[in-house]
Design a protein around this ligand. Structure first.
Ligand code: TYD
Length: 207
């Protein structure tokens, strides 16, 4: 029995899959139906998250171990100060990236996947992890053309293909894979079909 504990829904996948757009659409949908929603992301906007963002343009100034420690410290703070308290208050927490991103991105640096999962055992497991996938070329095109952006150091294609391969290999039972090549609306409907069955009416705010 879950009682009034909230629900943790995480959005995962390589860069350029549209997961952040889908997170925002789901948040709007749930809020319009009177559910208490908290949206959040990793890296966070806290001090460790800021250090991580500084690495986007100079990733080679930091060793793989130091980088891993930063993501873990950022997550620890996030879980303790926002995720767990929000779940305890019965909220639906939508989180853009979580520990499967560490498994895939730091795994692509050579860390062992099982070890990375165990280093993240402090983090509350998600009720569902929506894992968005699209062909790598489409993802790269979405980042550079669609977003009008340069690839940051985490998004280089050799790196992203390793990241995608690790995401593909994961088999945790809370993972649901979503083909993100469809239209925004089609993908949104898929998200709803996976998420809504998990959300009890009892989480709704009183009118
Ligand atoms: P991203 O979701 O692109 O954040 P933002 O939109 O705020 O810039 O994440 C930034 C990068 O960080 C992304 O390329 C993946 C990487 N990352 C890791 O390498 N490990 C992690 O644990 C997380 C959460 C992200």
């Amino acid at each position: 029995m879950r009682n009034s504990r909230g629900i943790l829904i995480v959005f995962e996948g390589t860069d350029g899959t549209g997961k952040s757009t889908q997170l925002a659409l789901l948040a709007d949908y749930l809020q319009s139906r009177n559910y208490p929603v908290v949206t959040t992301r990793e890296p966070t906007t806290g001090p460790y998250g800021q250090k991580i963002r500084d690495l986007y343009v100079k990733r080679d100034t930091c060793s793989p171990s130091e980088e891993l420690e930063l993501f873990l410290a950022d997550r620890k703070e996030h879980v303790d100060t926002l995720i767990n308290p929000s779940l305890a208050e019965g909220k639906i927490v939508l989180c853009d990236r979580y520990f499967l991103s560490t498994v895939a991105y730091q795994g692509a640096l050579g860390f062992d996947v099982e070890e990375l999962l165990s280093r993240n055992s402090f983090a509350t497991p998600p009720d569902i992890a929506l894992l968005f996938y699209i062909p790598l070329e489409t993802a790269l095109q979405r980042i550079t053309v669609g977003r009008g952006d340069m690839l940051n150091d985490f998004e280089k294609s050799e790196n992203l293909s390793k990241v995608a391969a690790i995401f593909d290999s994961l088999s945790e039972n809370y993972i649901k894979r979503i083909n993100a090549e469809g239209s925004i609306q089609q993908v949104h409907l898929t998200v709803l079909s996976l998420v809504l069955p998990l959300i009890p009416d009892s989480l709704k705010l009183q009118a």
